[in-house]
Design a protein around this ligand. Structure first.
Ligand SMILES: [Zn+2]
Length: 53
């Protein structure tokens, strides 16, 4: 299995990587980076997580 579609989500506040997601080629056609508001254990709150490689 290829891993090239695996994406990490990094907290914008503390830079810790809290989530791993699999990019769906059919769904994510849009340009630009994926940003999701998710809970960060380190910040103990919901923070915007950005997609990194
Ligand atoms: Zn954080």
């Amino acid at each position: 299995m290829s891993q090239d579609r695996m994406t990490k989500l990094q907290c914008k506040e503390c830079d810790s990587i809290n989530y791993y997601t699999q990019k769906n080629k059919k769904k994510l056609q849009q340009a630009g980076k994926l940003e999701l508001k998710k809970h960060c254990p380190k910040c103990s709150t919901h923070v915007v997580h950005k997609e990194i490689k």
